[in-house]
Write a protein that binds this ligand. Structure first.
Ligand SMILES: *Cc1c(COP(=O)(O)O)cnc(C)c1O
Length: 436
C-alpha cells in the first residue's frame, strides 16, 4: 500500500467517526481509502478497483462520475448554489416539485437533506393534520416488524432493528409493530400473496380497534431493505390502502430506498396501484450526488395547514432545505430517466442476472429473491461471523458487498453491464466458497 493510502487511513481513524461502526474493529479491519469513482467502480490510491455492489449505500443510480449529472451541478454552480427557502424560491426547486408531482400524483413537496428527516417530517405532518382537522387524539404511529425508517429519535421510534434501537429505547416513543408480510415468514404451503393477505388481516384487526389514536401507518413498500431485503406481495399494500381509508388513518410510503426505479417501477407503490398520503424520497433522488430528501403529500393534506393562524402551519425547517445544487442533480437524474428508457433496460439486466444466478444452485443458500435491481439470498444454516468474513473475502477480490446478517444482496448502480454482473457473481461465488 502506498504512503498516501496508509497515512490517509491513520488520519481518518484519528479524526473521523465513521457511521454504523464499532471503531475498535478497525484495529483488525482496515478502512478502504477511495480516490475516485467511474461507473460502477471505485478506485483507491494504488489503482486497486472495487465494484460498488451496494451503490454506495443505495444512493447511486447511474454510476460514479456521470457526465450529465456533473454537468448539471456545474451549470447550477454558476447561477446559484443555495438560498434560504423560507420567503424565497428558485427555479430548480420549483421544477423538481412540479416533476415529482407528475410522477407521484402528490401535489406538494417539502424538502430536507436526508432520509431520516423525511420520515420525521411525514410523521409530524400526519400528526399535525389530525390536530388541525380532527378527529382529536390521533397521535400514534403503526409500523412493521423489521421495518427501517432512519435513526434520528423520531424515525428510530418507528424502526424495528434491535441492534440500532435497544440502546436508545429510553429516549424513544413507544410504538406498535405489525407482523411483517415478508414472504419468508409464510407457513409451508402458503403463497406469498396468501401470507400478505393474512398479515393485512392482522393489521385490520389492530387498526379497527385503535384507529381513534392512530395518525398513520408507515411502511417500506415491497422491500424492507435494511433488515435484509425482505420482499412481500403488493396485495399487502392494496389492503393497507383500503384499511387506512376506511379507518381514517394516513398511509406513509417510505420509498427512500426503493424509489426511482429500484424495484422495477419508478415507485414501488405503483405495483400495487395505490397512492399513499405521504411519500418519502431520498437516496437515489440525486443519482447519489448530493444529500436531498423530500416528503410529498396530497393537496387535501396541504390545505389543512393553510390558515390565518401561524401555528396551524407546518413550522418545520432545515438550513439546507431545497438546496439548489441538490435539486439540479435531482433534475438531471429525472432527465436521464426520461431520455434513456432506464426501466426497460433494467428489465433486461434483471432477466440476465436472474438467469446467471443458477450458478448458486450448488451452494448452501436459500430464499433467492429478486425485485427489479435488488437481488438477495440467505446463507443457510446461518453461521456466526459470516457477515464480516464474507465482506472481507469479497473486498479482497475487489467487490464491495455488505451482507446483512446471513443475507447477501446485490444492489448495483443501474449502469452495471452484463460482463460486470458476471464478474460480480463470479467473485461472490469465490467469496462464498472461501467463507462458508
Ligand atoms: C436509508 C433509509 C432511511 C434513512 O435515510 P438516511 O438518509 O440514511 O437518514 C429511511 N428509510 C429507508 C427505507 C431507508 O432505506
Amino acid at each position: 500500500m502506498s504512503i498516501s493510502n496508509t497515512s490517509l487511513l491513520q488520519r481518518s481513524l484519528a479524526s473521523v467517526w465513521h457511521p454504523c461502526t464499532q471503531m475498535k474493529q478497525h484495529e483488525m479491519l482496515p478502512l478502504v481509502p477511495i480516490k475516485r469513482g467511474e461507473g460502477v467502480w471505485l478506485e483507491d490510491f494504488d489503482g486497486k478497483r472495487y465494484l460498488d455492489g451496494v451503490s454506495s449505500w443505495w444512493v447511486n443510480l447511474f454510476g460514479h462520475n456521470h457526465p450529465h449529472i456533473k454537468q448539471a451541478i456545474t451549470a447550477q454552480l454558476d447561477q446559484l448554489e443555495h438560498v434560504i427557502l423560507a420567503g424565497f424560491t428558485h427555479e430548480p426547486v420549483v421544477r423538481l416539485s412540479e416533476q415529482l408531482s407528475i410522477l407521484t400524483g402528490l401535489g406538494h413537496s417539502f424538502y430536507a437533506s436526508d432520509g431520516a428527516s423525511a420520515t420525521e417530517i411525514a410523521l409530524k405532518m400526519s400528526f399535525h393534520y389530525w390536530r388541525n382537522r380532527g378527529p382529536a387524539g390521533k397521535t400514534r404511529f403503526l409500523s412493521l416488524q423489521n421495518g427501517y425508517h432512519g435513526e434520528t429519535l423520531g424515525s428510530l421510534s418507528v424502526t424495528d432493528v434491535a441492534l440500532f434501537k435497544d440502546t436508545y429505547a429510553p429516549l424513544l416513543r413507544e410504538s406498535v409493530t405489525l407482523p411483517s408480510p415478508d414472504w419468508r415468514l409464510a407457513e409451508a404451503g402458503e403463497s406469498a400473496e396468501q401470507y400478505a393477505l393474512r398479515c393485512a388481516g392482522f393489521a385490520e384487526e389492530y387498526i379497527a380497534q385503535h384507529h381513534d389514536e392512530l395518525a398513520a401507518v408507515i411502511l417500506e413498500p415491497l422491500v424492507q431493505c435494511a433488515t435484509g431485503m425482505a420482499m412481500y406481495h403488493p396485495a399487502y399494500l392494496q389492503q393497507l390502502r383500503d384499511i387506512c381509508d376506511r379507518y381514517q388513518v394516513h398511509l406513509v410510503a417510505d420509498e427512500i430506498a426503493v424509489g426511482f426505479g429500484r424495484t422495477g417501477t419508478m415507485f414501488a407503490t405503483e405495483q400495487a396501484g395505490i397512492r399513499p398520503d405521504f411519500i418519502c424520497l431520498s437516496k437515489g433522488i440525486t443519482g447519489g450526488y448530493l444529500p436531498l430528501s423530500v416528503v410529498q403529500t396530497t393537496d387535501e393534506i396541504y390545505a389543512a395547514f393553510y390558515d390565518d393562524k401561524v401555528t396551524r402551519g407546518f413550522l418545520h425547517s432545515h438550513s439546507y432545505t431545497g438546496n439548489a445544487l441538490a435539486c439540479s442533480a435531482a433534475l438531471a437524474t429525472l432527465e436521464i430517466f426520461a431520455q434513456h428508457d432506464v426501466l426497460n433496460s433494467n428489465r433486461s439486466k434483471t432477466k440476465y442476472l436472474n438467469h446467471q444466478l443458477a450458478a448458486l444452485a450448488d451452494l448452501p443458500v436459500a430464499h433467492l429473491r429478486n425485485l427489479g435491481m435488488i437481488w438477495a439470498f440467505d446463507v443457510a444454516p446461518s453461521q456466526p461471523g459470516f457477515q464480516q468474513h464474507f465482506y472481507q473475502a469479497a473486498l479482497q477480490r475487489g467487490l464491495l458487498l455488505r451482507p446483512v446478517g446471513n443475507t447477501v444482496y446485490f444492489m448495483p448502480p443501474y449502469v452495471i453491464s452484463e460482463a460486470e454482473m458476471d464478474w460480480m457473481l463470479e467473485q461472490t461465488l469465490h467469496a462464498l466458497k472461501e467463507t462458508i
